[in-house]
Design a protein around this ligand. Structure first.
Ligand code: F6P
Length: 328
């Protein structure tokens, strides 16, 4: 392994996600395993700018593998978007003798890391952490699996009350630009319809589908909507629209919101975080930089950070077909 890197910084950035702590733990302990130092950078890039650093040894990450959120805290730093802010951050890294950093976050966090690398040649590795699963170069981002399980558990509960009252529920889930949570949790929870940003289903098709559901003998229905859906109406407007056009439906709305980002990570997310954390540090020690570590066909693989930022994670079209069939 390369002798150039003696100290690695680790930070979490952007929206938190379950599994970030498990990834921090893996990064810290892989550094200890290879006899190099590790520094925790608090509050994402903002903490890097303000010098909010703390040395981390293997015992500093005891009992966090099972915890949601991030012990390092997270932030979306506006100052890091400026050249002045990045210069301050670089000065702090040099002052603390940090040779490289691992950033756990989403697209915006990787873009920041990439710009930083271009400006200062500073070695950076990204670990994909977001519940949205919207990052190119990995089949799963950290927190996505946990969020799916949370959403399915909640929709199961909503279904109990929906069926008791013969109601239609619009359930809005997170996913600003991506429908992965809606599509997968929707199938897992047996939703009648799933509205995602990648597909403009159209209001007519929605009404048509609800009519068919009624005619086929369904007394209650669940429609899952990704928050970034492109149908042109939010969940409350959809409720009004359906009630105007189909007065036979008694409609309610549930916005699941930030509960989807919290909670103890699933076993899948803990194992993924551990594998990604080890690979991130060992990639830096091999003298490589500017990569994202991800899961591709069950193997941990490297994708150039630039590609991870520019590429678009795709919705599995087969899942849309499956959903259409099993919701008949
Ligand atoms: O990117 C993850 C995410 O949870 C999105 O699904 C959601 O739109 C956004 O973060 C919410 O961000 P904030 O917590 O800043 O409101």
């Amino acid at each position: 392994m390369s002798g150039n890197i003696k100290k690695i910084g680790v930070l979490t950035s952007g929206g938190d996600s379950p599994g970030m702590n498990a990834a921090i733990r893996a990064v810290v302990r892989t550094c200890a395993f290879h006899n190099i130092e590790c520094t925790g950078i608090y509050r994402g890039y903002q903490g890097m700018i303000e010098g909010d650093f703390k040395e981390m040894g293997p015992r500093s990450v005891n009992n966090i593998i099972n915890k949601g959120g991030t012990i390092l805290k997270s932030a979306r730093s506006k100052e890091f978007m400026t050249a002045e802010g990045r210069k301050k951050a670089h000065d702090n890294l040099i002052k603390h003798s940090i040779d490289a950093f691992v950033v756990i976050g989403g697209n915006g966090s990787f873009t920041g890391g990439l710009i930083f690398n271009k400006e200062f040649g500073f070695p950076v590795i990204g670990i994909p952490g977001t519940i949205d699963n919207d990052i190119y170069g990995t089949s799963h981002t950290l927190g996505y699996d946990t969020a799916l399980n949370t959403v399915v558990e909640v929709i199961d509960k909503i279904r109990d009350t929906a069926s008791s009252h013969n109601r239609l529920f619009f359930v809005e889930v997170m996913g600003r630009d991506a429908g992965h949570i809606a599509l997968n949790a929707g199938i897992g929870a047996g939703a009648e319809e799933i509205l995602i940003p990648e597909e403009d289903m159209g209001l007519d098709r929605l009404l048509d589908s609800l009519r068919k559901s009624k005619a086929s003998g369904k007394s209650s229905s669940i429609v899952v909507i990704a928050e970034g859906d492109k149908i042109g109406k939010n969940a409350f407007e959809l409720k009004d629209y359906v009630e105007e056009n189909m007065p036979e439906y008694d409609v309610r709305v549930s916005i699941l919101g930030h509960m989807q980002r919290g909670g103890s990570p699933s076993c899948f997310d803990r194992v993924l975080a551990s594998r990604l954390g080890v690979k991130a540090v060992e990639t830096l020690l091999e003298g490589k930089s500017n990569y994202m570590v991800g899961l591709i066909k069950d193997e941990i693989a490297l994708t150039p950070l630039e590609q991870a930022v520019k590429g678009k994670s795709q919705i599995d079209q087969e899942l849309i077909r499956v959903s259409d069939i099993v919701s008949i």
